[in-house]
Design a protein around this ligand. Sequence first.
Ligand code: NAG
Ligand code: ZN
Length: 350
Amino acid sequence: MLASVMGLMRLPFVRATPLGQDLHGVKTVKTIKPNFEVLESVDKLCAAWLGHAGFLIQLPAEPGQRPVRIVFDPIFSDRAYPSAWIGPRRRLLAPCKIEELPDVDFVAVSHNHYDHCDLDALKAMWKKSHGVEFLVPLGVKATLESVGIPSRRIHELDWWDNVAFPPTIGRKFSYSFTCTPAQHNSGRGILDQNWTLWCSWVVQQISEGDPVAASVFFAGDTGYQTAGGACPIFKEIGEKLGPFNLAMIPIWSGASLTVLGKMGYKLSDDSHLATLHATPEDAVRMAADVRARHTLAMHFATFAGSDDEALEPLVRLAKAQGGTADWRQEGGFGAIDVGECVELNCGSVE
Ligand SMILES: *[C@@H]1O[C@H](CO)[C@@H](O)[C@H](O)[C@H]1NC(C)=O
Ligand SMILES: [Zn+2]
């Protein structure tokens, strides 16, 4: 019955294929209690997944100084929607309260969709520390101002624009944020479709005369396929700003619709949707295009409708890399748990 209704309505839903035994040794992800304490004693590049597209990144510390930290697309709400009652329900709980996060210097938002631009979370980040600088793509500044974040703290950028924060007293590193393209859309309602920009972000830690000490690429929400093949923008990002010590890339392969997921259906990742969301196979190509040395997966499992739907993207990710999904390998791409804090051996990127 459901299938025939969907067929009639020509909605892009397909029956989800139950996962067999061929799991490539992949384990599903869960929420764990964060070990943020490790961040205080580590001078390496660190990453913690906050769920969905939310990430906390700690850049390598300068001797005797607190390391600089960035949060991308934080979402701590139970539902990715304006109402607490409707909209996709969170399957993997947030790892902590925002107040429990370590001190953060920058918050970057990729676009205004509810699951990336959680205003409650952004407001709480501001309340927690009035030193935070916010970075948003064109048109999103007003949305942040609407919850009391002051205009002077919000940097609104167009694609390829860049803002650099010079070293503060006693420090040598400056921090450069580049708003890079993505292939997506935007809107918080029916009437504001595509009114504001969507983007990915490049962050570089730079000291004068030195090579880029550390750099990360945050893909936001993006597709990889176009009607004419691969989107060329990721190669361009890699050529202009890569390589990156770390990339965070979405691996979407199902609906974030709880009800449908429970019934065994998911959004099909056909070519139409693949232009707005990267499948796990696309994500692997994207990581290579931007020249990522290590890549962490995001934008999956957190709002998935079923256990299979949460696991399937990881299985496909492993398959697309010849059977493993180990982010610790050079060029590797894998996942960490929500709340897990990991260290990366940086070295300098050439
Ligand atoms: C919004 O932009 C996307 C391209 O990223 C396009 O596919 C879509 O048709 C646009 N929607 C509207 C309502 O303009
Ligand atoms: Zn989106």
